[in-house]
Ligand binder design. Sequence first.
Ligand code: NI
Length: 167
Amino acid sequence: MGGESIIIFSLGNTCLRSSGVPSNTGVKLVTEGVSRISISLPPGLLKGFDEACRRAGFRDRSKAIQMAMRSFITEHLSASEQKGKVSGVILLAYDPEVRGLEKVLVEAQHEERRIISSSVHNHLDERNCLEAVMVHGDGASVQELSEKLAKQRGVKFVKTVSFQTSE
Ligand code: NI
């Protein structure tokens, strides 16, 4: 493995165990609730990561990697693909001049009020509103709400960022 650094770190094992990681990936359960994995990295990448850890105030590399992995999961799995409860925000931009749109958006949010904790509305200009809807609940419901909002005529942008609150 010339030119590569090998690092070993510990992680909560729930997601690794439940996804059935094969034994040849270097994953080894150490104690209940923690997995220890080893990975090889180009030295420059590890150096950059350690520098970022230091600047962000992380003393524990494992903790920083756990956070990076959660961020990766959020980026690549939709809310409905994440297991258990999720928390997050649905950010949407729309044109308030489109007839009936605001009524539809409010009704859609009322229907899903069980998973909406609050929302913030920003009137940007005559043709642009920006709304942040805070959500907490079942991932499938969050995804469903996000898709329902996104498909309305006059909605210009929808981005859902969510993370699992239980692993
Ligand atoms: Ni507005």
